[in-house]
Design a protein around this ligand. Structure first.
Ligand code: XMP
Length: 505
């Protein structure tokens, strides 16, 4: 078993997930509980996760130094490396420059951690402080132009540290680093297991028993999988509702209704709530406020329908990245309030059931394939709960929604025509709220700026922008400015996550 100490990193659970994928058990523990867990579990290795704080912060999270006296290998990641640097007698200083996203690391492969790796590799960073002097006995085994001490190894004590994140998909060979640590250094062995769908269904049945449940179906893969699992568990005691918030994409509601009526046996109903949502959002410009209002309105609309059915349970397709970005663990920083997590008001009449809460998107896709959910649902791009409201910067109203819908449908249509829709995570348009000057015919035209965002990701925690061919970008731009009267300018968003998030709000 590998023990992961959670200092509040957005990717702490992802470290655990990667190791579980290798067939090795993990346990995530908070720093103040480490000693008691250590005695009981006797792990073969310890990983110190990243975290949002600085080791210099007055209440910086530290860990009992006894963990370095157990003759158990330790790997520090990001903040975890900095803790090692500080606690083991090295030096940590605020970085000269913040480093977020990809960078090239030069590394030495003459050590157990980097064995089998090339001498240069793209790695993903997200940090400010850096180790400037490694602890005594530790050699520098990796550096970047900005961070001379990017990775360290003390082969004798089996202490290792990396400033970058080997657990994220975008770090090249990250899985080799984790494998080297787990198998080569800690001496673990693999016993691989698939996700146990029968157990998921059993858990739902045991929770809901003979009561009634309602499910919020968005038409996307997460809520669909949650609904199908629940239907297997409780059959006709489940009713699924699709709430048309008025914040949906062009033709989306019609498509979802057709799809669900055709493909699924559960009781499926539509709630038209456009007017309520738009009136609640009137005058609201703050992104977090928008998210909270939408979450609140959503649950109220639901409650009133569910009351008619005397349903006690609400099934949600929340997955782990939604939880973590809404501050799902004790020390994690809140990034944004995801509609189906933090957006819910404290008081509502349901017991929430989230069968996928501990899973990542690719795991949900795997379950969906096993459940034989139609391909167009499995491959449908993720669409956030708050819908187009978080893609309209500033106040949301019908006119802006119309503009965005038209632009967005052009983006999707062209991406599909180019045959790359299934290969990417998401493609969408954003109404930036920035008005700029254009020229139409011989006249000045002061109009809207649309941004195109097109990204690839596997685990949601990191993302890179897709290098779309210029011809395709040109086609999208030409069509948007010609077909959407209000738009005079189209820009392409070329930011990675981190430091950006995928959605603009
Ligand atoms: P961010 O913008 O956080 O997005 O990098 C990561 C992924 O999550 C989706 N997203 C949401 N999904 N409710 C959801 O169900 C939400 O409130 C929400 N906010 C973002 C986003 O579309 C992207 O795929």
């Amino acid at each position: 078993m590998i023990l992961i100490i959670d200092f509040g990193s957005q990717t702490c659970h992802l470290i655990s997930r990667r190791i579980k994928d290798l067939g090795v058990a993990t346990e995530i523990v908070l720093p103040h509980k480490v000693l008691s867990v250590l005695k009981e579990k006797k792990p073969k290795g310890i990983i110190l996760s990243g975290g949002p704080a600085s080791v210099y912060a007055p209440n910086a999270l530290l860990v009992d130094e006894k963990i370095f006296e157990l003759a158990v290998p330790v790997l520090g990641i990001c903040y975890g490396l900095q803790i090692m640097g500080q606690m083991l007698g090295g030096k940590v200083t605020p970085g000269r420059k913040k480093e977020y996203g990809p960078t090239i690391c030069t590394l030495k492969s003459n050590n157990s951690l980097f064995k089998g790796l090339p001498s240069k590799m793209k790695v993903w960073m997200s940090h400010f402080d850096t180790v400037t002097l490694p602890p005594q006995g530790a050699a520098i085994i990796g550096s970047t132009p900005e961070v001379p001490v990017t990775a360290i190894a003390d082969e004798k004590k089996k202490f290792y540290g990396v400033q970058f994140h080997p657990e994220v998909q975008h770090t090249e060979n990250g899985s080799i680093i984790l494998k080297n640590f787990i198998f080569r250094i800690c001496g673990e062995t693999s016993t691989k297991k698939n996700i146990d769908i029968t157990q998921l269904v059993k858990n739902i049945k045991e929770t809901i028993k003979d009561s009634r449940a309602v499910c919020a179906l968005s038409g996307g893969i997460d809520s669909t999988v949650a609904a199908v699992l629940t239907y297997q568990a409780i059959g006709s005691s489940l009713t699924c509702f699709y709430v048309d918030t008025g914040l949906m994409r062009l033709g989306e509601t019609e498509e979802v209704i057709e799809n669900f009526k055709k493909n699924f046996k559960f009781d499926f109903r539509v709630i038209n709530a456009e007017e309520i949502f738009l009136s609640k959002l009137k005058g609201i410009t703050d992104p977090e406020e928008k998210r909270k209002i939408i979450g609140e309105t959503f649950i109220r609309v639901f409650e009133s329908e569910a009351k008619k059915l005397a349903a006690e349970f609400l099934i949600q397709g929340t997955i782990y990245p939604d939880v973590i970005e809404s501050k799902g663990t004790l020390h994690a920083e809140k990034i944004k309030t995801h509609h189906n997590v933090g957006g819910l008001p404290d008081k509502h009449g349901f017991t929430i059931v989230e069968p996928l809460r501990m899973l990542y998107k690719d795991e949900v896709r795997q379950i969906a394939k096993t459940l034989k959910i139609p391909q167009n649902i499995i491959h449908r791009h993720v669409f956030p709960g708050p819908g187009l409201a978080v893609r309209i910067i500033g106040e949301v109203n019908k006119e802006k929604l119309e503009i965005l819908r038209k632009a967005d449908s052009i983006v999707i249509e062209e991406i599909k025509k180019a045959g790359i829709y299934d290969d990417i995570w998401m493609a969408f348009a954003v109404l930036t709220g920035i008005k700029t000057t254009g020229v139409a015919g011989d006249e000045r035209k002061y109009g809207e700026t649309i941004a195109i965002r097109c990204i690839e990701s596997k685990d949601t925690m990191t993302a890179d922008w897709v290098r779309l061919p210029y011809d395709l970008l040109a086609r999208i731009s030409e069509r948007v400015v010609n077909e959407v009267f209000e738009v005079v300018r189209v820009v392409y968003d070329i930011t990675t996550k981190p430091p950006s998030t995928m959605e603009w709000e």
